[in-house]
Design a protein around this ligand. Sequence first.
Ligand SMILES: Nc1ncnc2c1ncn2[C@@H]1O[C@H](COP(=O)(O)OP(=O)(O)OP(=O)(O)O)[C@@H](O)[C@H]1O
Length: 592
Amino acid sequence: MRKLPFAALRRIVTVIPLNRTYMTLFCLVMAGAAEGFGVASLLPLLSAIGPEGGSPKGISGKIITFVQGLGIAPTLGFFLLVLVGGMVLKALLTLVAMHRVGRATADVANKMRLDLIDSLLAARWSYYVRQPVGRFSAALSSEASQAGEAYNAAAKFAAEMIQVLTYAAIATLISWRLGVLSLAIGLVMVLTLNRFVTIAKRTARKQKRHIRTMVGGLVDLLVGIKPMKAMGRHARFQTLFERDADRIRTAQRKQAYAREANKALQEPILAICLAGVIYIAVGFWEMPPGQVLVMALLLARVVTSIGKAQQALQAVRIAQASFTAIANTIDAARAMREPSPLGKTPTFDKGITFRDVSFTIGDTPILTGVSFEAPKGKVTTITGPSGAGKTTAVDLLLGLHERTSGDVLIDGVPLPEIDLATWRKMTGYVPQELILFHDTLRANITLGQPEFDDDDVMRALEQAGASGFVAELPEGLDTIVGERGARLSGGQRQRVSIARALVHRPQLLILDEATTALDPETEANIVRNVLELSRTTGVTVLAISHQPAWERASDNVVRLSSGRVLSVERRDPGAPASAGAGPRLRAADPLA
Ligand SMILES: Nc1ncnc2c1ncn2[C@@H]1O[C@H](COP(=O)(O)OP(=O)(O)OP(=O)(O)O)[C@@H](O)[C@H]1O
């Protein structure tokens, strides 16, 4: 027999406060005791109707003596009352316990879902870069609910095991041989049926893995479906998903077989055990018929309860696959949690300094000895060929990556020493890959933050050069932009993204190729707006761009190539973007 899943059970029940589980277990134990009393009252009843009736001996005699000692007449009516009362009490206590279990099941699923969201949102940027993000949709939807079911199944397993122990205890009271026999039968049953529990567990894990792969792949594909469709290359993905679907079907079939086999084999095992025990009890132990009847009843209950416990265990194993998958995802995301904001509150009066910053991924150097300054209130453009490391430099500035050596300083304070969350809130960021949500224009700009009203939104749109096209939309700010902003043009999406970055009046505005989709006139307008904004509000601008319009508007131009600074130019904004527009400093110049 495989190792029992106690560690897994412990992990499942500790998702919610333990005292809730203890209370439920207490109700279940009390329910077991109530049933035990009820069934025990059968003993004197049945021994009275057997041929040994009249002067019951053994446990029946002791029960009758005990009842008489309480001053109660041991009548048929009394024992029937105890039997019925015990069963009613058991039903009530079980109902209370299962009501608690139902609530706990929903709470476990809810906690897993919220923990997953929390751990994902708090993870470092480098965590997402390595994940097929689509697979989280499977975790959040079905896996979280199934993780809750693991608690439900574990509680049912505990309830059945309490029943098994209650009946085994009564069997032992009647005769130790009967107690041993019932436990031996239980063991045979567990050993016989455990194989199906193991199959269920294995197939559940496989299903989970393939479903995650399929859902993750499908979500990622749908996000980027446009070029696939355009090139007529989407059909080949059908084959890939068919393979996953086929594996899921096979695992599901095996799981259904294991579940049904576990159920179906329980009755024959019960019948064989009962027949054998009755034969031995009557033929060899010469037990009176009343006791044999009670014994048969007890054994039937023990075996039935073991069977149900086995089914519950199987359900635990199946649900456990989801629970473990989601718990592992939470653990992995938590291990990549960003450091908590214990640093200094940042000031931003002087500017940003990169001092001999290097950054490697694995063994690959991405940036090497990068030094430059982006003074407060000025426009700095980082330019250079594709792959030069421009976006990476900005990622380091925002703490999305951690430098390998050197220092990124804000007002002379190294980034690791400042409160990153506050620093980021001081920043407006327009990334290269624009992501708009399937929501209204307003919500895309405010990101649902109620502190921004329509005046803030309109001001940001104006500054981003987007107020004109928004004014022409029949539904204005209430326009739904479509999935990832599909109902807007590329240039409109860029301007909405710039408005989003400006709505909270940032002190630093980072524009990563933010105007590439715009015609020269619109781009010039935005550059003019941003320049004006910088002059009037003192916002510092860091633009990554190849566009001459940005170079012309910049106070500083930093040229990167292959992760190194080629030159740093201090410029006179407005002068033509030709060589000699300002003092050109070599990479080694100790500007920083
Ligand atoms: N997560 C990563 N793992 C491995 N290499 C990476 C990772 N992110 C970036 N790189 C590599 O780092 C280098 C710099 O990338 P980066 O995106 O900073 O360049 P860039 O100058 O912004 O380019 P572009 O103008 O094309 O956007 C590239 O060679 C890229 O392949």
